[in-house]
Write a protein that binds this ligand. Structure first.
Ligand code: PGA
Length: 250
C-alpha cells in the first residue's frame, strides 16, 4: 500500500515571518492526522523558519526548485546541499517553472538525479496545456514528459520519486479536472509510462499526486481513484482550510 502524500505548494506567497506564523498555526492539527504524509513547500527564503517551526512533527519541508550543480557561478540558484539541512522534498519541473522560466525536460532530468543523489525526494510535475488537452494530445505529451524526466534512473531511484500530474488548465483556475479524468490519465498515462520504463513492481511503488485546484471539497473524490496517491495543492494550502483538506483526503 502506498501512503498518500499531500504537499502544499505555497508558490511566491508568504514572507518568512508569515510562513513561520502559518506553519505554527496549523502544524499541531496536521501532525495529529495519521495515514498520510504531509509537506510544506514555502518560498526558499522561508525554508529555514518553516523547518524550525515543524521540527518534531511528521510534517516534511520541500523546496519549490533547486539547481543540479553542486556550487559555482549560477546567480540566483540554490544547490542541493543548501536545502538538504532543512528539506526532505523538492518540487521539480512545475509547469510555472517550465512556462515562465524556461525549464526543459533535460534540465528537469538532471535536477531529479541531483536530488536523488542528495537523498531528497523529488516531486516531479507533469501536465498538458488546454490546447494540448483539446487537441487530444494529453497522453502523448504527458507520457513524453515522464519518459524524459526519469530517463536513466535505476528502478530503486524511480520508486523513491513522487510524480504530480497537474493539467496546466486546472492550476489556480478553480477549474479542476474531474476525478475520473485525472484518475484515468494518472493510471494509464503516468503510471502506465512508468510501467513501460521500469516494470510493474516499481511503478506500483511510485506515489502519484493530482494537482490543479484541489480543495477540501473535491479531495475525497480524487482520493477514491485507485491510482491517485495524494495531491499537490496550491491555493488551498495557504489557509487553515488545508487542515480540512488533509482530513478529507484520508
Ligand atoms: P492550485 O495549484 O492548487 O492553486 O491549482 C497547484 C499547483 O500548481 O501545484
Amino acid at each position: 500500500m502506498r501512503t498518500p502524500i499531500i504537499a502544499g505548494n505555497w508558490k511566491m506567497n508568504k514572507t518568512p515571518a508569515e510562513a513561520e506564523t502559518f506553519a505554527n498555526e496549523i502544524k499541531d492539527a496536521l501532525n495529529a492526522i495519521e495515514g498520510v504524509d504531509i509537506a510544506f513547500c514555502p518560498p526558499a527564503i522561508a525554508i529555514p523558519a518553516v523547518a524550525a517551526a515543524v521540527a518534531g512533527t511528521k510534517i516534511g519541508v520541500g523546496a519549490q526548485n533547486m539547481y543540479f550543480e553542486e556550487k559555482g557561478a549560477y546567480t540566483g540558484e540554490l544547490a542541493p546541499n543548501m536545502i538538504t539541512p532543512f528539506c526532505q522534498y523538492v518540487i521539480l519541473g512545475h509547469s510555472e517553472r517550465r512556462g515562465y522560466f524556461g525549464e526543459t525536460d533535460e534540465g528537469v532530468n538532471k535536477k531529479i538525479k541531483a536530488a536523488l543523489a542528495h537523498g531528497l525526494t523529488p516531486i516531479v510535475c507533469v501536465g498538458e496545456s488546454l490546447e494540448q488537452n483539446e487537441a487530444g494530445e494529453t497522453h502523448a505529451f504527458v507520457s513524453g514528459q515522464v519518459k524524459a524526466a526519469f530517463d536513466g534512473l535505476t528502478a530503486a531511484q524511480m520508486a523513491q520519486c513522487v510524480i504530480a500530474y497537474e493539467p496546466i488548465w486546472a492550476i489556480g483556475t478553480g477549474k479542476s479536472a474531474t476525478a475520473e479524468q485525472a484518475g484515468e490519465i494518472i493510471g494509464k498515462t503516468v503510471r502506465g509510462t512508468v510501467v513501460a520504463m521500469f516494470g510493474d513492481e516499481t511503478a506500483q511503488a511510485v506515489r502519484i499526486q493530482y494537482g490543479g485546484s484541489a480543495n477540501e471539497k473535491n479531495i475525497a473524490e480524487y482520493m477514491k481513484q485507485p491510482d491517485i496517491d495524494g495531491a499537490l495543492v496550491g491555493g488551498a494550502s495557504l489557509k487553515p482550510v488545508f487542515i480540512e483538506l488533509v482530513q478529507n483526503a484520508i
